[in-house]
Design a protein around this ligand. Structure first.
Ligand code: 48F
Length: 266
């Protein structure tokens, strides 16, 4: 007979989850979306001692990785992304001019790497909106997935120094700003993705990583969806490289802000 009762199980969950939730309420970086780009960015940022929170609306993190292409659970990457696979301990196979890896292995490894680096991942957490103060994104408003859509339940705010939109094809946070006319372009809606051009898309998703609005950075497919880059289909190297790039740019930007604060410029 084990020495515990049901109430001990319930209390353990509540204590641990609420501890995690408390910590998540205020952080350096909130990332919305736990696909390949978001997980790699979270891993890199947490590795650099930032307080990182990932909000994912689905039950399972991993985004589009699991399904590979047509449900064939292999992902394709180009050689430029191999160092990321190697660092994550993901095995790969050469296949012509490209390389493949098991989709399950990649999704699991990226989750584990970001968590072990210190990121907090809250699943079933749907970002509904952004917080904007003084012309800067200062956080994310989120609700329990499905609850917010079906019942009159108010969301909760997660504050951060920087927010990253890693919501993939939805570019959800960028759209929140766009529909209110807060982005510089005067379009009614974001340009959306262009037609497929795999190699140009892969370049675009990495090279066009940027701060779309003060405090809001874009990575992964949301870069293409918000800036009109080509789609690229089932190749994932660009997503991983885009995650590394946004992490490096955010680190640089936050380091600059720390220096400004040190010099009384904030
Ligand atoms: O779609 P997703 O995997 O984004 P990504 O990192 O990678 C794109 C590739 O998977 C693939 C591709 C490869 O060539 O084109 O599509 O850009 O992951 C996005 C994650 O964001 C979550 C969504 O459930 C998914 O796991 N997500 C989207 N909107 C929200 C969200 C939201 N409003 N709140 C929370 N999570």
């Amino acid at each position: 007979m084990y020495d515990f009762e049901e109430v001990d199980v319930s209390r353990s969950i509540l204590d641990a989850y609420h501890g995690k939730f408390q910590q998540a309420l205020q952080s350096d970086v909130v990332l919305v979306g736990a696909g390949p780009s978001g997980l790699v960015a979270a891993w890199r940022l947490a590795q650099n001692n930032l307080r990182v929170v990932i909000l994912e609306k689905r039950l399972s993190p991993g985004g589009g990785i699991w399904g590979g292409s047509l449900g064939m659970n292999e992902v394709v990457v180009q050689k430029e992304a191999l160092p990321i696979l190697q660092e994550a301990g993901v095995r790969n196979r050469a296949g012509g001019r490209l390389f493949t890896a098991d989709a399950m292995e990649l999704a699991s490894a990226l989750c584990l790497k970001s968590l072990h680096a210190g990121a907090i991942l809250l699943n079933l957490m749907m970002a509904e909106d952004v917080c904007v103060r003084g012309g800067r994104v200062t956080g994310v408003v989120a609700n329990r997935s499905m609850l917010g859509e079906s019942l009159p339940i108010d969301p909760i705010a997660f504050s951060a120094r920087t927010v990253i939109d890693a919501t993939g094809h939805e570019a959800y946070l960028a759209n929140c700003l766009q529909k209110r006319g807060l982005l510089k372009n005067s379009l009614d809606r974001l340009p959306g993705e262009g037609p497929m051009d795999a190699s140009s898309g892969e370049r675009f998703v990495e090279e066009s990583v940027s701060e779309l609005y003060p405090g809001l950075w874009m990575t992964g497919m949301s870069v293409c969806a918000s800036m009109g880059g080509p789609r690229m289909g089932p190749i994932f190297g660009g997503m991983l490289l885009s995650g590394v790039r946004v992490a490096n740019m955010v680190l640089q930007s936050l380091a600059g802000k720390n220096n400004d604060d040190d010099h009384g410029l904030s």
